[in-house]
Ligand binder design. Structure first.
Ligand SMILES: Cc1cc2nc3c(=O)[nH]c(=O)nc-3n(C[C@H](O)[C@H](O)[C@H](O)COP(=O)(O)OP(=O)(O)OC[C@H]3O[C@@H](n4cnc5c(N)ncnc54)[C@H](O)[C@@H]3O)c2cc1C
Length: 388
């Protein structure tokens, strides 16, 4: 597989990653480099002006980026997810997001404004009010948290709930607002222990407007098999998994390096000769082998299912991709933890790359699907829904 991002470009990003982390600074230079390399249009079909990369290829490349600059990869992931949704729909004959694919190819940067305080329904409900503008569009009023890439997105995908009428529930409104259109405030509240360069700040929506042409779906609250939601869910879970797999790949590399460089006073030999260290490193590699089999397998099936309905798992994609996300992010935490044990106390100093990966990898547990919700999805697929 050929990669869009050169080793040299990635090396520059790795150099900057520590500085961004220390200064709690946005990854502005990385973003400019990624734009110039055509990376933000990588998954846009060639016929719409992009690189025509598959989901599988993009997952591999996102992991490679994460292995150099985790927070940059995570924030850019939100853009890639939207391109992934556009591609998912386009390949299945639905052109409703072709405008997004064209705009991504033209340089627009897409953010993901879905998470809200205390909303564990995620895609299935919203605390944000979507007020009809009378012309088929909506204005959005509410609080979105953890909006990655806050300083730079130019288009923001949002979810809100239309007020219900008499005796009827409102509909969920999936739409896009623009930075130029205003009607929102970005708070300067990002000061976290990890993924600092992502600058995933709070966005207060106060009248941000989506015209009718940018209202993508009006859906009843609750579970749905609408392709738009399936596209978001599957693209999000697999590309997110790739970011954390990339962090673990890098942790393994650093552990191997440390095992070769550190010596034991007890034996006078490199730690790489210590059977315990060897076993730890082998276990990490075995975990990563399994991680990549899972990511490659699911992305391959997702890519192929557009043309081959026999591969389409329907509702089964929720179980498959939520499970993937939970297994991969948990495995990545374990791999980074083991890498730290192999590498020793030097990793405990601020500025150590592995120490930063340890903080970054923790973020994996907060993204949907949570461990609990993935288990609930699997239980439902085996046992049916809970009784009322
Ligand atoms: C690095 C990183 C980047 C992310 N990027 C994005 C992104 O780009 N787009 C996106 O949509 N999501 C993003 N997420 C969000 C993520 O997916 C979760 O939604 C987020 O981590 C919140 O998790 P939580 O619900 O466990 O948080 P919680 O800790 O439960 O809640 C988060 C906040 O909401 C408040 N809160 C909790 N319950 C209530 C309540 N009932 N009423 C009022 N306030 C309440 C809490 O006090 C807290 O301030 C990102 C997350 C991380 C870690």
């Amino acid at each position: 597989m050929t990669f869009l991002l050169s080793d040299e470009l990635l090396a520059g990003m790795r150099d900057r990653a520590g500085e961004y982390d220390r200064d709690n600074a946005f990854f502005a230079e990385d973003l400019a480099d990624l734009q110039a390399a055509g990376y933000l249009a990588a998954m846009v079909p060639a016929g719409l002006g992009g690189g025509g990369r598959t989901l599988r290829e993009t997952a591999r490349e996102q992991a490679r980026l994460a292995a150099h600059a985790p927070a940059t990869a995570l924030a850019v992931n939100m853009h890639q997810v939207w391109v992934g949704v556009g591609r998912y729909l386009h390949e299945r004959g639905d052109s409703s997001l072709d405008w997004l694919l064209r705009e991504a190819a033209a340089g627009e940067v897409f953010g993901f404004g879905y998470s809200e305080p205390g909303n564990d329904l995620v895609l299935l409900g919203s605390r944000t009010e979507a007020r009809p503008d009378g012309a088929g569009g909506f204005t959005f009023h509410g609080r979105k948290i953890f909006t990655s890439n806050s300083p730079a997105w130019t288009r923001l995908g949002v979810l809100g709930l239309e007020p219900g009428g008499k005796g009827s529930e409102g509909r969920l409104v999936h739409a896009f607002v623009t930075r130029d259109g205003g009607g929102f405030e970005i708070l300067d509240d990002w000061d976290t222990i990890g993924m600092r360069a992502s600058q995933s700040r709070t966005t207060v929506l106060d009248g941000a407007h989506a015209p009718a042409a940018r209202v993508m779906r009006l859906l009843p609250p609750g579970p749905t098999l609408d392709p738009y939601v399936l596209g978001i869910f599957t693209s999000f879970e697999v590309l997110l998994s790739a970011v954390y797999a990339g962090i673990a790949d890098r942790a393994l590399e650093l552990a191997v390096d440390a095992a070769r460089k550190r010596t034991s006073m007890k034996t006078g030999r490199a730690r790489a000769q210590d059977p315990d260290v060897r076993r730890r490193i082998a276990a990490m590699a075995l975990t990563q082998d399994s991680t990549w089999l899972q990511i490659d397998g699911i992305t391959q099936d997702l890519d192929a299912s557009a043309a081959d309905p026999a591969l389409d798992r329907g509702a089964g994609w929720f179980r498959a991709t939520a499970g993937l996300k939970v297994r991969v992010t948990e495995a990545a935490r374990e791999v980074v933890d083991q890498a730290i044990r192999v590498s020793g106390g030097a990793t405990y100093f601020n500025g150590a790359e592995l120490g930063r990966l340890y903080r970054d990898v923790l973020a994996g547990i907060f993204h949907p699907s949570s461990d609990d919700s993935a288990h609930a999805t699997v239980a439902q697929s085996l046992l049916g829904p809970l009784d009322d």
